[in-house]
Design a binder for this molecule. Structure first.
Ligand SMILES: Nc1nc2c(c(=O)[nH]1)N[C@H]1C(S)=C(S)[C@@H](COP(=O)(O)O)O[C@H]1N2
Ligand SMILES: [Mo]
Length: 162
């Protein structure tokens, strides 16, 4: 009986690992600048840390890529100066249908000290499956509601078109 349990656990583990390797984050950018990133691509980008309190009130330190770094890869940099960007937004979609919207100015450290990172680890470990593999971590907010987990897709938009 025990043997079957181990066999089951092993196949579950390999399926989970396979799913992790297979994971891709789709980012729809401006002017046809869209990218698909694997967890490896993200792991190789520059990282910084951000600490927020969870729903339990406890502080947790996450490590991840500043979202501004990712945004720079998909936005239309021919639009000179930051003022033309003030109607733009990043919509973040999650596996459970949860969505969070950020304005570009919130993601720009020339406007704010708020840190918004796409985290791939917490306290040195990969995120737990129910919160990962990627989580937005947003500092300087009164609740962690915008720190959305199981991020699957990001879409750049411009409110001026709405
Ligand atoms: N994808 C997704 N992210 C989410 C949520 C959710 O329902 N779905 N809930 C948010 C809310 S309201 C809170 S309070 C925090 C809770 O995160 P924690 O359990 O890690 O503290 O996750 C946020 N991120
Ligand atoms: Mo919440």
């Amino acid at each position: 009986m025990k043997k079957y349990f181990y066999l089951f656990a092993l196949s579950f583990l390999s399926l989970t690992l396979y799913a992790q390797n297979d994971f891709k984050l789709k980012i729809s950018g401006e002017a046809g600048r869209s990218v698909t990133l694997t967890l490896k691509d993200i792991a190789q980008m520059p990282h910084t840390t951000a600490t927020i309190a969870g729903k339990d009130g406890k502080q947790h330190t996450y490590s991840g890529v500043p979202v501004s770094f990712i945004l720079d890869k998909v936005r239309d940099t021919s639009a000179k100066g930051s003022h033309g960007n003030l109607s733009k937004y990043l919509l973040v979609k999650c596996a459970d249908g949860y969505k969070v919207l950020f304005s570009f100015a919130e993601l720009d450290n020339s406007f704010t000290n708020k840190m918004v990172i796409l985290a791939d680890s917490m306290e040195g470990n990969p995120l737990p499956e129910a919160r990962g593999p990627l989580r937005m971590v947003v500092t300087d907010e009164k609740k962690p509601a915008r720190s959305c987990f199981q991020v699957t897709e990001m879409i750049v938009g411009d409110g001026k078109d709405e």
